[in-house]
Ligand binder design. Sequence first.
Ligand SMILES: C[S@@+](CC[C@H](N)C(=O)[O-])C[C@H]1O[C@@H](n2cnc3c(N)ncnc32)[C@H](O)[C@@H]1O
Length: 206
Amino acid sequence: MVEPGAFHYKPQGKLNDFPPEETEKEEARVDEIFVREYRLLKQIFNLKHPTILYPACGFDISLSEVFPDSHTYYVDTDPNAIAALRRAGLPENTTHIILQSAYDFKPPMPIDLVVLRNPTTDKYDIVGLVRGLKAGGYVVESHWGCSGGSRDLLKNLNFNLIGHFIHDKKLGTAFYTNAERISRILSRDKGVISKHAGSGYVFQKK
Ligand SMILES: C[S@@+](CC[C@H](N)C(=O)[O-])C[C@H]1O[C@@H](n2cnc3c(N)ncnc32)[C@H](O)[C@@H]1O
């Protein structure tokens, strides 16, 4: 039988002498679906060394996989994401990793391609995010199957919808350029196109 009060714990050292808990750092990553889209885009539009802006990039470095020699601006407000990108060993002379709100960042050179993937900015002012894009430049936009951003660009007279990526387990990745049909789907839907979740819409600035 255990008597109450029979056991004592005599603290040895201070509480904070415990070894720090191992916390795993989140590292930069490449998304296979995004890579497929960029490869197709590069091929179809003959993009050799586009200057790229990726606002709200998070930990995603897929662009550098396909465009390793391009000047690419990765912009995010999350210090952990920015630190992970800096650890990723991307080419130093062409990769620009910027800790700043995407709405405040002004690209120092004209941009050929803006990529918008699931930004969680407090407002979603898509036109503000594509600032710096030159005439004839492209926007790839995807938002977890929600088409809000794409519909904003569709309504914007400065942009033409030129195509949509569809990923199929069997057929692989395709780029559909039937913009009229896509426009119809986009303007009809109420903001969510679950069938096409994650697939990028491509716009061109007039
Ligand atoms: C869901 S993550 C998407 C990351 C990446 N684009 C992807 O699809 O994997 C959303 C990102 O938006 C970033 N973000 C939120 N507000 C921002 C702002 N004002 N400027 C830049 N980045 C912002 C967050 O820090 C976060 O990394």
